[in-house]
Each structure stands twice: as structure tokens, then as C-alpha cells.
Ligand binder design. Sequence first.
Ligand code: CA
Length: 232
Amino acid sequence: MRVLLIEDNVRLAGFIGKALGAAGFTTDHCDCAGDGEAALDTVRYDALVLDLGLPDDDGMNVLRRVRMHVAELPVLILTARDGVEDRVGGLNAGADDYLLKPFAMEELIARLNALMRRPGTTLGRELTIANLTFDSVGREVTVDDKVMPLTRREMSVLELLLRRAGRVVPKDVLADSVYGFDENFGANSIEVAVHRLRKRLQDSGARLEIHTLRGIGYMLVEPGDGLKKAAS
Ligand code: CA
């Protein structure tokens, strides 16, 4: 899951990026409204964490413009403003949640996870398909209750495929979600990650297959009698 953080306090942004990284998110950071909106124009994000006090514009204006284009993007506002008017204003302008500074990183992560599992966006904390369960908060994958070891990247690929199981996930959507701005990746990085993931699924006895749709993307399917999805 790829998150955009628009926050002009570079030190705070560093802490947030690190905490989100440890929780399994890929984070891009922009320190002003202009750069942030440019990033939103070019990348499909799974969530936006937005500071209100920015050097070049008010975060509330960013939020209004974002909402004109992408209605479904979960937005969490970070701010030191604690007035009721700001809170109501933020929610009216289309924020999904609000976190006052200073806050605990655990709380930010819990709120983000909650936003991303709202109906219509994603499934629950635990995704179970066939004999595989993905704990999206604890970042652990089990097959028949045995832990399947995965790298961070393989886990990100698997998470996105699971959240869209039975549907085609285009290759560029996978790449956007798994890699941040600062990461270098070769043209075949996603192929390599999917190849490894496929082997791990096979080795662990997971009753799931990753189908390749050449030139288009990938699809996770449960072989046999259709796809069963469960969220808890
Ligand atoms: Ca600020």
C-alpha cells in the first residue's frame, strides 16, 4: 500500500516515513502543497496523510482540490490546530479522519489501517483466501497456520493481489504501490517479485495461484470452485 505524506516538517516526516515503513507501507514525502498535488496527479496512492499548515498553501485547499478529482482516496489530516471549526471544516472538505499533533505513531498507523479497510476501499485486517491468511497489521502471512517467510516487497505484492483477488491487477499499479519515488527498480522487478512469490506459495502448500495476463498484469485465484473471500 502506497501512501503520500504532505508535511513541511522534515524531521516529523522522517519519523512518520520510518514508522509507516515498519508497518508495511511505502511512503512518498512532499514538503509543500505544489509538489504534493503533482505527485497525486502522477501516482495512484492508497491513502493521503496531509498536514494543514504548509508553506505554499493551506492544506484545506489541497484537500478540496483533491476531492474534485479523486473522491475515493482515503485522506487523514494531521494538524496542530485544535479548534472545533477546523475539525468540522476538515471533515466537511472531505477528510476521512483527523489526527491532532502531537500524536503517537501507533495511533497514526491504526487510523490509516482503519481508513483503508473501510467498505468500498479494502477488506479487513485479516484477509483469508483458501488456506492462506494475511494479517495486514501484524504483517504476517500464514498457510495452514504456519508462517510463510516473505520479504517486505513480496509481502506488498501479495497484499495488493489479495485485496483485489479475482480481479486483474495491472503491472503498473503493482509497481506504483510497491515502489516509492526514491527506489530504483528495473523493468522486470515486478516479474521477479511475482515469480518468487509464486514459488513461495507453491512451497508452502497454499491453494492459490497467480495467473499472468501477458502484457496486462496479474490475478490471484483460488483454483477449483470459484473464489471465496472472507474478511474479519
Ligand atoms: Ca506544517
